[in-house]
Design a binder for this molecule. Sequence first.
Ligand SMILES: *Cc1c(COP(=O)(O)O)cnc(C)c1O
Length: 335
Amino acid sequence: MATITLNRSNYHHNLNQFALKTGSKDKIAIVLKDNAYGHGILEMAKLSSEFGLTKAVVRKVSEAKLIDVFFEDIIILGGKVEPHPNYSYVVNSLEQLKTLPKDAKIELKIDTGMHRNGIAMDEIDAALSIIKQKEINLNGIMSHYASADELGSEYFFQLQNFRVAKTKTLEAGFENARFHIDNSAGAMRCSEFEFDLVRLGVGAYGYNHMDSSFDDFQLKPVLYLYAKRVATRTLQKGQRAGYGGEFVAPKDMLVSTYDIGYGDGWRRGDAFNPFITADSGTILGRVSMDFILLEGDKEEACVMEGAMSAAQHFQTIAYEITSALHADISRKIVN
Ligand SMILES: *Cc1c(COP(=O)(O)O)cnc(C)c1O
């Protein structure tokens, strides 16, 4: 089966860029949802902890349980609230607030303009009074940017709303609450980091999808994908290979199969617009469930060094490529 290697020094370099921008490692909550964007949740938790991070963000309690030995503080984006001293649950609506157990520790999400999750701006007062009345532990107030990575006024509009939410919360007497709205793009584009945390996802993994007019953060890819040779044969000129015979050998040539396919989460793509691997191999013909075909017979092919070129080729974003890679591909930390 294919192998993923995770580059420690590149990852720590990326984290360091954000620690410099926010002013402290303590202001980074590393987002490890969806198997750490496909990188491997346990490996990335370990590397984050090694760097000195103490806060993480996941989607589900089951993910929090996997990594809680590494972190003091875990924000859980969804699911049922199971009180735990180190877990803080994101609450998205007034109805959800009303059903919480007493002492639940929460991050209240405010809809500052993305209109996906969170309570409306005009529900903040009502929410704060329910929290007081039920003696819920309001650990944080949060929001999420819809388009911090694009030029435009939306970002400023959301930022302004979030400042209003912060003021209201402090005025209501919640002095211990923390405030966070920034994702990677928010932290990259602000001139001075203003809040208590960045919920850092894609930037930590080395991807900068920002409009090129913003300051260029120098990030490095963390994930490298390799596949091993399974079998080699000689094709005669004109012989066809793979499903549908969509590859036709233009000459007599040596070809090998390698052990990755769409069953591992690699893209099937279009045989007539082939992906070029990081080591300059052209994927020949159709991608099978478990195999690809490349010219030559080297033992190992480097399919990707980071997912930027695959994202461009398949017209998507890097983390759709990485998060699709199956959890049972072996992960190895290098360097
Ligand atoms: C996924 C997620 C993030 C991380 O966003 P990136 O753009 O990957 O940095 C931050 N906050 C919330 C609520 C998220 O769901």
